[in-house]
Design a protein around this ligand. Structure first.
Ligand code: ADP
Length: 603
């Protein structure tokens, strides 16, 4: 009962045994390297057998093996004190997970599937063979056994019959084959089952670069991800120091279709000493790097680490930090060296990567420096620093425009006019996350002198102080003339608009909406279930535009009120469309436009 409750997935008993066998082979290799007279002339391998008549499953290795004392110390102690302590501690759920790490329950996990276990072993360089037997109840026996030909260990499990619904049969060939291939693919020793080597043994990340071709990396990537396309790039990590780990990470060349839906999963698998521990270990990589695929292989973590511990583990945190740093560096290099490839990366994953600016304030600046933006200057992508190099000396900040998800729609925004006319460059930000970045930026980068300025904000202007004063004067002079038109407009849009006022900063467009939250932001907030109060905006009328001039005239002369109303409504709807929103009543809008068209055609 107790043993079963520790691990959620019983299959891992086999992983533990294969990993012990693999360790034993590693130890034999090192031992014989140091003491060549000990060398035994056998090919190192791990063999797995099932015997359905005897109902046994065995894992054999010709590794280092164990002496009698070692059997007692390594396996006996676990079977005895480990079991007792564990039985006591397991009653207390909160300490249970901790204890998995403390006691070597790796071997002990066999009792999840077996009633009895026999271990027959001969230590390298000795003649005696021993048989250890335990029933997982805290007792064990050790006896002399007939000499094994090869050094090493055979662990035989007497598989318990499990009649539960959906229980796996660990005596079934395909079940075992599947588990072996899942857990041991990159074990560096051959794992043999039914005369076949099941694992590919390519711990490709452990091999020096000179031994691995570009094609090998591609093949491994495809094997790992089931992607049919080549990866865009790979990143190798070889960290030595406070924690030792190796990593082989990939940036796919295209985003999988579910990347945006599936926020939780990360694509990096955790290996510990070449033993597969888990897929999608999200603790290894921040959420905004979830598009990265690959393997991290740690030397410092215990094999039987639980998910709960992983989340808190200090080694994992160090791995995560240095992996993150490495990824930033690699992206920086790519940006500098291969712009074309970098743009491909950015098109596929930039949106996700940028989420980090909001999620990870410590690295917000790094991410911002790596971000590419569209601009009013050209059709090329630009970085913030490239933009800064082109900034005019008098410029108060980096001008940005958000609010629409299409570049063409953004370029059509009347808000750009005054900036473009004065020769300023404006970054065109089409991703919803840009909107959040801009609204959060002062909290994220408080010390950054050159701020990103959203030109939709009323305070952000292309005008100098003198020009502003000038404009105010002009507007003051217009006030009286505008009064009648303003009155009509305010009546029509009483429940929709905060104000209607003349503007002298627009050039081509007759009207423009300002104030309030952008429509895109409104949509984002509503889509995440936040309440957004109705936004009352300001309708700005371009005082210099012929249509507006005419309307002012008509309103002043108090004639054709109805026509003024119709045109104002069309203009208002137009301003909504230019903001990327829809007219309140599309049918009504179409009707009015058609009337104007008919008029123009002289009908
Ligand atoms: P862990 O592997 O985490 O130390 P285990 O309970 O799996 O814990 O194993 C305890 C110890 O028993 C191992 O550290 C190792 O020294 C020894 N051992 C287990 N299996 C083998 C094996 N196949 N060959 C040699 N030694 C083994």
């Amino acid at each position: 009962m107790m043993i079963n409750s520790v691990y959620s997935n019983k299959d891992i008993f086999l992983r533990e045994l294969i990993s012990n066998a693999s360790d034993a082979l590693d130890k034999r290799r090192i031992e014989t390297l140091q003491n060549s007279e000990l060398a035994e002339n056998t090919k190192p391998e791990i063999k797995i057998d099932i015997n359905s008549d005897a109902k046994t499953l065995s894992v054999s290795d010709n590794g280092i093996g164990m002496t009698r004392d070692e059997l007692i110390n390594y396996l006996g102690t676990i079977a005895k004190s480990g079991t007792k302590e564990f039985l006591k501690a397991a009653k207390d759920d909160s300490t249970k997970q901790e204890l998995i790490g403390q006691f070597g329950v790796g071997f002990y996990s066999v009792f999840m599937v077996a009633d009895k276990v026999e271990v027959v072993t001969r230590k390298l360089g000795t003649a005696e063979t021993y048989k250890f037997t335990s029933g997982g109840d805290g007792s064990y026996t050790i006896e002399d056994a007939p000499q094994r030909d090869e050094c090493g260990t055979t662990v035989t499990l007497f598989i318990r019959e499990n009649k539960e619904d959906g229980a796996k049969n660990y005596l079934e060939e395909w079940t075992i084959r599947e588990i072996i291939s899942k857990y041991s693919d990159f074990i560096s020793w051959p794992v043999i089952f039914k005369d076949n080597t099941i694992n590919s043994q390519k711990a490709i990340w452990q091999r020096p670069d000179s031994e691995v071709s570009e094609d090998d990396y591609k093949e491994f990537y495809k094997h790992l991800t089931h992607d049919w396309q080549d990866p865009l790039m790979h990143i190798k990590i070889n960290a030595e120091g406070s924690t030792n780990f190796k990593g082989l990470l990939f940036v796919p060349s295209q985003a999988p279709f579910d990347l945006f839906m599936n926020r939780e999963s990360g694509g990096v698998s955790l290996y510990i000493n070449r033993v597969f521990i888990m897929n999608d270990c999200k603790y290894l990589i921040p959420e905004y790097m979830r598009f990265i695929r690959g393997v991290i292989d740690s030397e410092d973590l215990p094999l039987n680490i639980s998910r709960e511990i992983l989340q808190e583990d200090a080694f994992i945190r160090v791995i995560r930090r240095s992996t993150q740093r490495k990824i930033f560096n690699e992206f920086k290099k790519l940006l500098e060296k291969d712009r074309e490839k970098y743009i491909k990366f950015w098109l596929a994953f930039g949106k996700i990567f940028k989420e980090g600016i909001v999620q990870d304030h410590d690295h917000a600046k790094n991410i911002l420096d790596l971000a590419l933006f569209r601009t009013t200057n050209s059709d090329e992508w630009t970085t913030i620093s490239e933009y800064e190099a082109r900034m005019k000396p008098d410029q108060q900040g980096i001008f940005c425009l958000t609010g629409r998800d299409s570049l063409a729609a953004l370029k059509a925004s009347p808000k750009l006019e005054q900036f473009i006319n004065k020769g300023y460059e404006v970054l065109l930000m089409t991703d919803p996350v840009d909107e959040v970045i801009l609204s959060d930026l002062r909290f994220i980068l408080p010390d950054d002198a050159k701020k990103l300025l959203n030109i939709s904000d009323d305070e952000v202007s292309a005008q100098t102080d003198d020009e502003k004063k000038d404009a105010e004067k002009k507007l003051k002079a217009l006030e009286k003339d505008f009064e009648p038109l303003k009155k009509i407009a305010k009546e029509i849009f009483a429940d929709k608009l905060e104000d209607v006022r003349p503007s002298v900063s627009l050039t081509n467009s007759p009207v423009c909406l300002s104030g309030g939250m952008s429509f895109q932001m409104e949509n984002i907030m509503r889509s995440v279930g936040q309440f957004v109060p109705p936004q009352k905006r300001i309708l700005e009328l371009n005082a210099e535009h012929p249509v507006i001039k005419k309307l002012v005239e008509m309103a002043k002369n108090n004639d054709k009120d109805e026509k003024v109303t119709d045109i104002l409504k069309i203009l208002y709807d137009q301003s909504l469309i230019l903001e990327g929103a829809a007219p309140d009543d599309p049918a009504d809008f179409a009707k009015r436009v058609n009337e104007v068209v008919a008029l123009a055609l002289g009908e």
